[in-house]
Design a protein around this ligand. Sequence first.
Ligand SMILES: Nc1nc2c(ncn2[C@@H]2O[C@H](COP(=O)(O)OP(=O)(O)OP(=O)(O)O)[C@@H](O)[C@H]2O)c(=O)[nH]1
Ligand SMILES: [Mg+2]
Length: 365
Amino acid sequence: MLKCGIVGLPLSGKSTIFNVITRAGAEVKPYASGKTEPNRALVSVPDKRFDKLVEIFKPKSEKPADVEFVDLAGLSKDAGKGAGLGNSFLSFVSESEALLHVIRVFKNSAVPHPENSINPLRDWKIVEAELIYRDLGVISNRISRLEEKKNKKKLTPQEISEFDLIKKLESHLLNELPLREFNLTDEEKRMLSGFAFLTLKPELIVLNLDDTQTGEVPEISELESEMSKKNLKCVKVFGSTEMELEQLSPEDREEFMKDLSITEPGRERLIHEAYKLLGLISFFTSGTDEVRAWTLKSGSNAVDAAGTIHSDLARGFIRAQVVAYDDFVANNCSIAQCREKGVLRLEGKEYIVKDGDMIEIRFNV
Ligand SMILES: Nc1nc2c(ncn2[C@@H]2O[C@H](COP(=O)(O)OP(=O)(O)OP(=O)(O)O)[C@@H](O)[C@H]2O)c(=O)[nH]1
Ligand SMILES: [Mg+2]
């Protein structure tokens, strides 16, 4: 299961955003919770194509794609040095494949700010520094290990190149730069995959606004220009308001959204951005028994797709019958017509699956 961790300073609105995304009703309070055990919820990825396939096939069962969201405790300044919840918190961060970083923009005198003022760029830097500090700790440990082995002349050739690399990473981190800004080759990424470095995880910035903060919001201009330089995407959400919105009936919700001129609910925007951030695509299996959306890492091939469904399908893989969802719809949702028009294809093992492919695996075990 792919996981998205929600991080940020205490009282920035992490649990509020978690509730927006998951409708899970996690506790939201105007004082620091100090909770160590994170809130977790599985979320179905909203997908109009999936809904349409269900409408067409009227299957006995349906299953959309899902992603898990994890709402973490606030990350205090100096957590990496053991302050606040310290390292127990950071270990929860490391299990997530991607991070949603919630930044407080809303003004609310009833909710104290750990730094006593609204300053999104400063807040982002505090959390970033903690993540960098934690990665540095992981690297230092590894360096001392390898140094010991080096002194005993017991380094393998692989460890020699790893040693080389992590020395460079160490000085990069010491310059207060995250590892995502270090140009790693695919080979190097593979070498480092076991470390679960926090500053290597894709990150989405969630700006938590009050619903009065519409149009130009001067408080966020500095942060936004800095993030665009760093290629980090920012999403604006009216945290508290959108949380209330998710508790309404669909009709009332629509009315309310019109009043606030919100076109896509924050919930859907956040889930879609998180899905993209995780580098995920969906493919579909469909029939009268079941319509199902499956999650796949972008760049995966037909055998990977088969294996996602069942290991037997990967083992006995012969061919994949594939049609793009758009072609299917353009051809009256008729497989026979797709075949006639030549848009229904038989693909081999090496075929790279595309987002929205409808797939049937031919296999033999
Ligand atoms: N006005 C306003 N208040 C908000 C908004 N988002 C959160 N709050 C309030 O801020 C307080 C903290 O919200 P939480 O979602 O619990 O924040 P948190 O980051 O999970 O807090 P910790 O887990 O304790 O670190 C609550 O009283 C919320 O009602 C917002 O968009 N606008
Ligand atoms: Mg919370």
